[in-house]
Design a binder for this molecule. Structure first.
Ligand SMILES: [Zn+2]
Length: 348
């Protein structure tokens, strides 16, 4: 199987994030990529460096003012008197997130402090010196995997970091800046009439949902912990089903905390049935491991072995498939989770 990764994706090195009123140690550690690369190496898979596509892939799903902000926010922030080491918002402007409003007008203020509040949706998306570089390379990695599949590969793996599925058209959230899964889907949609995204990360793929909420050619299915008790809280409910042309093309499958393998895999079966019923011609799997029982910010009780079963189920869907790396923060288990998934997908 072809896999893609650029070493610059390990440069992003966040220092902090806010969790229940405390600034905590970061969870998206650069060492995550080493663990995942180890799983690929153990299976003889040598990742290829993606071609440089500039901002074109990011522009396919994000607004230009948002990308302009991400690109130079760090330098502008560091030039601001008394600014801290990372861009981190101290503002959260009210915005009525009506789903029919695809994205907002550009931020009125030219101030980087104001723009940080406007474009950073929470306190888990600090921007450091290399954040933009890593996030942009992740979009190239996702694009390269999609192009490999368009070129005839049955499956390709995009080792993206930072993750993407919480990133909206014009807002970073939850460790995510640029939506790699959405970018891969958009690229596949240039070749295939109907594309499905199956998101098995433990968090609702709220950014992906927002990006495609009005679209009938892209089905978004997300399996995640019930947002009533888990991030991202405001979306991910089963009654969010898409809007206008996209009505019925968004499916959320919330799970109770402590859900284990059997119920999680039943949810994957249900999601796979939805992908088939939609008539998808290509698939993006947004793959996270924070459903694992040892994940430091997880709430589910999924085993390492369950990822093999998820891989088998993806294989059984039998579509050209791009696998995009999302979350999973227990560095000691994520390599095994990816390995099990690949063994299930590729056959041992
Ligand atoms: Zn997650």
């Amino acid at each position: 199987m072809r896999a893609f990764f650029h070493p610059d994706q390990s440069l992003h090195d966040p220092r902090q994030f806010m969790q229940v009123g405390r600034i905590r140690e970061p969870k998206d550690l650069p060492s995550r990529t080493e663990a995942l690369l180890g799983a690929l190496a153990a299976r003889g898979i040598e990742p290829e460096a993606p071609e440089d596509h500039g901002i074109e892939p990011a522009l396919s799903v994000h607004t230009r003012p948002y990308l302009d902000f991400l690109q130079d926010a760090y330098e502008r922030w560091r030039a601001t008197p008394e600014a801290g080491p990372e861009v981190l918002s101290n503002l959260s402007p009210y915005w009525n997130g009506r789903p029919e409003w695809r994205h907002r007008p550009p931020c009125r203020s030219d101030s980087v402090i104001a723009q940080a509040g406007y474009y950073l949706g929470d306190l888990a998306v600090p921007i450091g010196s290399d954040t933009w570089k890593s996030a942009l390379k992740s979009t190239h990695t996702a694009t390269a995997a999609a192009e490999a599949v368009i070129g005839g590969a049955p499956a390709a793996f995009a080792l993206c970091r930072p993750s993407g599925h919480h990133a909206r058209t014009d807002r970073a959230n939850g460790f995510c800046y640029l939506n790699n899964s959405a970018i891969a889907a958009e690229r596949l949609a240039s070749r295939y009439g109907k594309v499905a995204i199956l998101d098995v990360d433990a968090h609702h793929g709220d950014g992906t949902q927002q990006i495609f909420y009005h679209r009938q050619d892209v089905l978004t299915v997300s399996i995640h912990v019930d947002p009533n008790v888990y991030y991202p809280f405001y979306t991910g409910y089963a009654d969010e089903r898409g809007i206008s042309d996209g009505e019925g093309c968004n499916i959320n499958i919330p799970l109770a905390p402590k859900t284990g393998d059997a119920a999680f895999l039943a949810a994957v079966d249900e999601a796979a049935a939805q992908v088939r019923a939609f008539g998808a011609e290509a698939l993006v799997v947004a793959l996270g491991y924070d459903s694992h029982r040892e994940d430091p910010i997880g709430m589910l009780d999924v085993s390492t072995e369950a990822f093999r079963e998820i891989g088998k189920r993806v294989q059984a869907i039998s579509l050209p498939t791009v696998i995009v790396q999302e979350g999973g923060y227990q560095v000691s288990v994520i390599g095994d989770c990816l390995g099990q998934f690949l063994d299930g997908l590729l056959g041992d």
